[in-house]
Design a protein around this ligand. Structure first.
Ligand SMILES: *Cc1c(COP(=O)(O)O)cnc(C)c1O
Length: 388
């Protein structure tokens, strides 16, 4: 028998979350963000659920190739644009739309020989200081692009650094929204600003400008990523349940041993957990080599959350490469003795339907749902829950 660990990708949840994001943007079209191999879920696996999006966004040309191989004929947007001039040939061959975020990319376009002109998203650095042209250079870049025969249509975009919270006592998007509108309000073209956090928190409530005809923040295209996969973009302020998002990934395993501890005995490497009294612990076939976070706490009474047979309990001791240990006390108090072979849910949905949000596991370990999904290890077998 193979090791009893399994990740399950829930296509009905992905489909639900996409609809949820679509509603949050009103009439905006949706770029489903599938970068990083669909946030660790697998592009080929999620495709059937996310093909209802208006476009698919990612940044690796190899991943764009995989989408075309799956038969996707709709728009694909390269979020980091071309990395070198010959990437534009791939854009022409695969009909990719691409982000222009620095002036060299305009030089490459000007030198590019293509039969059909390309669609570009000109990106403004409105304050995140990662990618994009500064507001004062934006208009000149726009004008240059608009004179190129290689360019069919220019859309405008920017990306928020603090959409999940506040900044200097204001909504986190405020300063960048103002910078974007100030520098671009009179330029023609479609607009795209919102990641998951901006979309769910402000998509229809905030506007690009003040007039009655001003567009909502969701604008023409939204760009949700994490929300599609059922993780809350602003946890712990709001949970996935608050946003009506469903977990798209379950990581499940089993107990492979049960140990009886006497008071004063310790658990695992470094003996970081000491039993305060007699207790039973379960050993789970899941460790950091499966993508479980090694920094999840297990040294005190507030260990990271785990479900055993659908009942919530906690880690004890350090997570090791292939195993971790859990307190069986709360489980046995409810359901009676546990045995090797019993179901363990590391995150997602247990067989009985109990939920353990990936955000809670991540938070306990000092990280984000994003990182845990993307870190699911290649050695973990993956099943797919199909669409109905
Ligand atoms: C990753 C990414 C997104 C999606 O962000 P989420 O926080 O996952 O919703 C949107 N836009 C750009 C430019 C990105 O790089």
């Amino acid at each position: 028998m193979p090791r009893p660990i399994l990740a399950t990708i829930h296509l009905p949840a992905l489909q639900h979350n996409l609809q949820r994001c679509r509603r949050a943007g009103g009439s905006a079209r949706v770029w489903a963000v599938l970068k990083a191999n669909a946030y660790g879920h697998g592009i080929e696996r999620v495709f059937d659920a996310l093909r209802a999006a208006d476009g698919l966004a990612l940044l690796d040309l190899g991943e764009a190739e995989r989408l075309r191989a799956l038969g996707w004929r709709g728009p694909i947007l390269l979020l980091e644009g071309a990395f070198e001039p010959r990437d534009l040939e791939t854009c022409s061959r695969l009909q990719l739309w691409h982000v222009v975020h620095r002036s060299e990319q305009i030089d490459w376009l000007a030198a590019h020989k293509c039969e059909t002109p390309q669609r570009v998203f000109l990106k403004m650095n409105s304050g995140m200081n990662r990618l994009g042209l500064r507001p004062e250079a934006f208009r000149a870049a726009y004008t240059r692009l608009s004179h190129l025969p290689q360019v069919e249509e220019i859309s405008l975009m920017t990306h928020f650094s603090d959409a999940d919270g506040q900044r200097a006592g204001q909504m986190g998007v405020q300063h960048q929204l103002e910078a974007f509108v100030r520098a671009s309000h009179d330029l023609p073209g479609e607009r795209s600003l919102c990641n998951s956090a901006a979309l769910l928190r402000h998509g229809l409530a905030l506007r690009l400008g003040s007039g009655p005809e001003a567009q909502p923040l969701a604008a023409d295209w939204t760009r949700p990523g994490i929300a599609l996969y059922g993780s809350s973009p602003d946890f712990p302020t709001h949970s996935a349940a608050h946003w009506a998002l469903e977990p798209a990934m379950t990581l499940a395993s089993q107990l492979i041993a049960v140990q009886e501890l006497a008071a004063g005995e310790t658990v695992g490497y470094g003996s970081t957990y000491t039993a305060p009294g007699a207790m039973r612990i379960g050993i789970v076939a899941c460790g950091y080599a499966d993508g479980y976070p090694r920094h999840a706490p297990g040294h005190n009474a507030h260990g990271g959350p785990v479900l055993v047979r659908g009942v919530r309990t906690r880690l004890v001791g350090r997570v090791s490469m292939d195993m971790l240990a859990v307190d069986l006390g709360p489980v046995e108090a409810q359901l009676g003795p546990c045995h090797a072979g019993d179901e363990v849910t590391l995150w997602g949905r247990s067989r009985c339907g109990a939920l353990l949000p990936i955000d809670e596991v991540a938070h306990a370990a000092g990280t984000l749902g994003y990182e845990l999904m993307c870190a699911l290890a290649a050695r973990v077998p993956v099943a797919v829950e199909p669409l109905p």
